[in-house]
Design a protein around this ligand. Structure first.
Ligand code: BTN
Length: 239
């Protein structure tokens, strides 16, 4: 296992993208502090202190883009859920890849691809886990957020948790790549908090509303729209 640890980085995703050519496949880049962490839709990812996780998987599965790459975030959300369950927690997934504890966000996942010409140089799959955050810092976040130490009422060993997460991730990674979303579909659905609910999906400035009929074999959301038509949504977030 190849984990490169830094005390401080602007962002583990930024570092990984900048150094994609020299970083080996399956390297993990972690930082104790991120000064400029970011998430989906250009939001910033707040640094909650050095006992929390900020790390990026550097992945070079092939030099061609494939559909399965878009599901890596969902694969990682399932892996994290299983790890939480081993600790006695009851995580849920909010489409596409937010992991929640007690209905509050405990982790954020962001995948970015680095492409030159039409060659895929690599995928950087970043994850931030609130592992040991204070309520005060969490309250400063503009959305409901929690942390594992708060849910379990005790400090979590960061090194142990991180090591396990990396091991768990790579234990089924090749199989997942070979089979795609269907490989995790049942595990994903089991933890999905949104099935059968009326949802509002925000995609940048538009909002779509519909009844969630499930997820398809590519991890897309299946929505029954008010006009009776079925729509498949492959990007956005539940609001
Ligand atoms: C989101 O929920 O919007 C995704 C947040 C992703 C945050 C992680 S922390 C490690 C990596 N480095 C970043 O700058 N972002 C990701």
């Amino acid at each position: 296992m190849n984990i490169i640890s830094f005390e401080t980085l602007d962002s583990t995703n930024t570092y990984s993208k900048k150094n994609i050519e020299t970083l080996a496949d399956k390297t993990v880049v972690s930082a104790d502090i991120q000064t400029n962490g970011y998430g989906r839709f250009n939001r910033s990812w707040v640094d909650l202190g050095s006992e929390n996780i900020y790390m990026t998987f550097v992945l070079k599965p092939s030099d061609k883009i494939s559909e399965v790459h878009a599901n890596l975030t969902q694969y990682l959300s399932v892996i994290l859920c299983k790890q939480f369950e081993e600790m006695g927690l009851f995580p849920q997934i909010k489409w596409p890849n937010d992991v929640l504890l007690n209905g509050k966000k405990v982790c954020g996942i962001l995948a970015e691809t680095v492409i030159k010409g039409n060659i895929l140089k690599g995928i950087v799959l970043g994850i931030g886990v609130n592992l040991n955050a204070s309520s005060e810092n969490l309250n400063a976040i503009d959305r409901p957020a929690t942390s594992v130490n708060i849910e379990l009422r005790g400090k979590i060993d960061k090194q142990e948790f991180m090591q396990e997460l990396v091991e768990n991730f790579f234990s089924q990674y090749e199989e997942f790549l070979a089979n795609g979303f269907v490989f995790i579909k049942k595990d994903y659905e089991k933890r999905a908090s949104f099935l059968g609910q009326n949802l509002k999906i925000g995609v940048f400035k538009t909002i779509k509303e519909g009844l969630c009929k499930g997820v398809d074999d590519n991890g897309n959301l299946i929505l029954l729209m008010p006009d009776g038509k079925i729509e498949k949504i492959n990007m956005g977030e539940i609001i």
